[in-house]
Design a protein around this ligand. Structure first.
Ligand code: GLU
Ligand code: ZN
Length: 301
């Protein structure tokens, strides 16, 4: 059997219920996958217990169900995949791409690029440490399907970063990179707040000899004060009793201009329209969209 042409995913962290901003990400990745006859996988990124909220995973899966976003295959949980992350970390260490860093957060405050204090340091037995990857002067370039060409010159724009945390947890950057490879993800559609993470993930892909998938970063939904709609800024959970209006609004945020008549449509009619008419090139190549400007973007009449 030949490998599928398109495998996409939505990868929420269970830090709270889904809100409108996360719905936009879910809808964008779902429609792009389905419009390309692809699979759409769900991965719950539960490797950061201090940030998680009990019950959030169930709420997220319930909301996806109510919003008609049905996924392919079993839900994958990062909390059950430590062995894979451990192996990748061992490989980075064996290849000499990583080092132990004992710097405190305070020592590094105000330094956008890690100054390399610990590059040649030998670790003492009870030193509190994280594991970072060396980025040297690597350059990462990729062509984002929404935002266009992106470049990052490590050593200038970004620097060495954590792959294993001081508190004994695998870092997001490592887990995501390993999972996207292991699950055969070909297309990653997600919010533009993760663009700088993509640079790091592309570098890890090179270090680990992985494929680099296609990336498409859609604008994130912002509050009036310019902050991102998120659990930290107390975004409202998605309503579960009346999903259609939010779903339509998500299409509008993604530049898809649904017809006014669809305002009376069911969830499955809206998604069906979305799949039939999905055009990635209509997604605005902006980094953010204020939530209160969506009314003006509105539907096609
Ligand atoms: N789990 C991350 C989040 O909820 C998203 C990761 C990703 O899409 O790569 O922000
Ligand atoms: Zn250090």
């Amino acid at each position: 059997m030949t490998a599928p042409q398109y495998i996409g995913r939505f990868a929420p962290s269970p830090t709270g219920p889904l809100h409108f901003g996360s719905l936009v990400s879910a809808v964008a990745s779902y429609l792009d996958a389905k419009a390309n006859q692809g699979q759409w996988l769900i991965r719950i990124e539960d490797i950061d217990p201090p940030r998680e909220q009990p019950g959030a995973t169930d709420l997220i899966l319930k909301a996806l169900d109510v919003y008609g976003l049905s996924w392919d295959g079993p839900v994958v949980y990062q909390s059950q995949r430590s062995e894979l992350y451990k192996a990748a970390l061992a490989s980075l260490q064996a290849e000499g791409f990583s080092f132990f860093c004992t710097c405190s957060r305070r020592q590094l405050t105000g330094q956008p690029v890690y100054p390399g204090h610990c590059h040649d340091k030998t670790l003492e037995p009870d030193d509190d440490h994280s594991i970072k990857v060396k980025t040297a002067s690597y350059k990462v370039i990729f062509d984002d399907l929404i935002q266009g060409i992106q470049q990052c010159q490590f050593g200038v724009d970004d620097g060495d970063f954590v792959v294993f945390r001081k508190d004994g947890l695998f870092a997001y950057q490592l887990a995501v990179t390993v999972d996207d490879q292991d699950q055969g993800i070909t297309h990653i559609v997600r919010g533009s707040d993760l663009l700088t993470s993509t640079h790091k993930q592309c570098l890890l892909q090179q270090y680990l000899n992985y494929q680099t998938p296609y990336y498409a970063h859609h604008p994130v939904i912002k509050k009036t004060d310019g902050s991102k709609l998120s659990k930290q800024t107390f975004a409202k959970p998605l309503p579960l009793d009346m999903p259609a209006p939010q779903l339509l609004q998500a299409l509008v945020a993604l530049g898809q201009k649904p017809p006014l008549a669809l305002a009376d449509g069911s969830v499955s009619e809206i998604l069906e329209w979305g799949i039939q008419h999905w055009q990635l090139k209509k997604v605005p190549n902006e980094m953010g969209i204020p939530e209160d400007s969506l009314q003006k973007r509105q539907y096609k009449d």
